[in-house]
Design a protein around this ligand. Sequence first.
Ligand code: HEC
Ligand code: HEC
Ligand code: HEC
Ligand code: HEC
Ligand code: HEC
Ligand code: HEC
Ligand code: HEC
Length: 319
Amino acid sequence: MNRKTSLLLSSFTFLLVFSAFSQDAEVEEREYPNREDNAKCFVCHGQQSFYETSQESGETIIRNMYPCLIIDSVKFYEANHWSFGCLDCHSFDYTDYPHLRESKFEYIPTCLDCHEGDEAVAQYNFERIAEEYEKSHHTQLTDTKYSCWSCHDPHGFRMEVRNEEVISHVVATDNAMCLKCHSGTTATDLLLGTGLEPLVATHEWLPETVNHFRHVRCLECHADLVDDVLVAHDILPADQAVNTCAECHSSDSRLLHSLYKYQIQEGRIKKGVLGSMITSDIYVIGANRNIFLNWISALIFGLVTLVIIAHALIRIIKK
Ligand code: HEC
Ligand code: HEC
Ligand code: HEC
Ligand code: HEC
Ligand code: HEC
Ligand code: HEC
Ligand code: HEC
């Protein structure tokens, strides 16, 4: 392992540990009203294997849980819906095992069933998001299974933009939602740049493709931006996607109206002011032009020239 990779790895580990600690602090104060009840489901759905007892002979065997039915309990309790019980969304019939066949046809509520006109989450503007979603390319597909839950994992979604300060983490989580279907890769693959070959091939016009995928969301190029929602939900057909560099690499970068919008609203980043340069996480060539810095660099350049001239003069005199 060379020095650069080990440095990268150790800083990554540090970040992981650090974020685990900071989350612990926040999570500790919570009381989980449904933890006990949920444990009755997690005993099977929380791990790779479970015990099944024959109702006839009383014999107990160990069985493997289908991988797609395993739910990460840690993620579940860190999600926006951390206080939920499984039965808030699923039929009460699931408390029996073997599960009734009929329960597979249960109706699972959608976001709007609970959040339409919900004052507590008014700032998200669910109604507008739903309108945008209705227009999106995906919704026009004939596959009726497509819903809000297709991207928002019911057992673990957490809104990142509003909760996470490190932009690259927001990008990784949000892109993983798309990559789940568009290349079968996870957030870890994205970090390591593996498994992305097919997508990189269709995006070969974009130099440093994987690097771009780490710094911008798919949404930045593929969704139609609107002012009244923070995260655009109208995914356009591919032929309408952003394909010019200047959309982002310019002083009125598209990113100021999408990826960085929340941080700008919160005053964490000031548009075009020195502050934006300090957050190295969001430095984009061309977008961060700043007159003050231009003057500083001119000054530094002037000073360096002076030093060189002085140095040359001294050498000539000393000869
Ligand atoms: C004894 C182990 C066990 C327990 C306890 C258990 N499940 Fe299951 N569950 C399974 C197995 C095995 C399957 C897959 C076979 C099937 O669908 O019956 C399954 C399937 C499911 C499915 C359907 C997946 C699909 O799309 O077909 C849901 C939803 C579900 N369980 C929810 C629950 C909930 C909620 C609880 C707690 C109230 C729970 N389960 C408790 C073992 C269990
Ligand atoms: C906020 C609502 C919600 C809660 C809470 C919830 N589920 Fe689900 N669950 C869903 C939805 C929606 C689906 C269908 C996902 C899809 O179609 O992609 C689902 C699907 C499943 C499946 C099938 C596998 C899958 O992921 O598609 C299982 C198993 C399951 N849930 C178990 C549980 C258990 C166990 C709990 C409690 C720890 C739980 N659910 C809590 C909404 C919920
Ligand atoms: C079964 C009803 C129900 C469904 C379905 C549902 N929610 Fe919620 N949601 C709630 C409740 C209740 C809360 C309040 C959180 C609590 O009690 O901890 C909440 C909280 C949230 C929060 C956190 C708000 C905050 O500021 O802390 C977000 C974000 C959210 N939901 C988004 C969604 C999205 C997106 C969907 C669909 C993908 C969805 N919800 C589906 C009932 C629901
Ligand atoms: C194509 C994938 C996709 C679908 C489908 C989708 N969303 Fe989202 N949604 C996202 C992404 C990505 C984010 C950004 C999450 C973050 O980083 O905070 C998001 C964020 C949100 C937010 C938070 C916005 C904010 O202001 O912080 C809400 C609310 C939301 N979605 C609701 C919905 C509802 C309601 C539906 C269905 C009508 C839906 N979403 C369908 C991908 C999707
Ligand atoms: C549940 C699976 C699923 C998720 C999640 C998903 N997509 Fe898709 N997407 C599809 C399917 C299926 C198609 C249709 C494939 C086709 O038309 O070739 C599609 C089509 C598209 C297209 C149009 C392709 C074209 O040829 O015009 C774009 C662009 C796109 N998705 C972007 C995204 C983005 C960005 C996200 C994340 C915010 C996302 N998708 C999340 C399944 C998904
Ligand atoms: C910098 C802008 C940009 C970014 C970032 C971007 N795309 Fe694209 N994408 C495009 C453009 C432009 C096209 C159309 C290319 C063409 O038609 O030659 C495209 C094509 C596509 C297509 C249709 C072609 C295919 O591969 O089937 C899909 C699906 C897609 N992108 C998904 C994604 C996903 C998922 C991400 C995030 C990992 C993403 N894109 C990130 C600009 C972008
Ligand atoms: C959706 C916005 C967006 C578009 C469109 C876009 N870029 Fe970028 N680009 C970024 C961001 C964000 C970075 C990351 C800057 C960093 O390294 O921190 C970046 C980084 C780069 C880098 C690497 C700089 C480095 O230090 O590694 C190059 C080169 C680049 N872009 C060139 C291009 C070219 C050429 C195009 C057009 C074909 C383009 N970009 C289109 C947003 C974009």
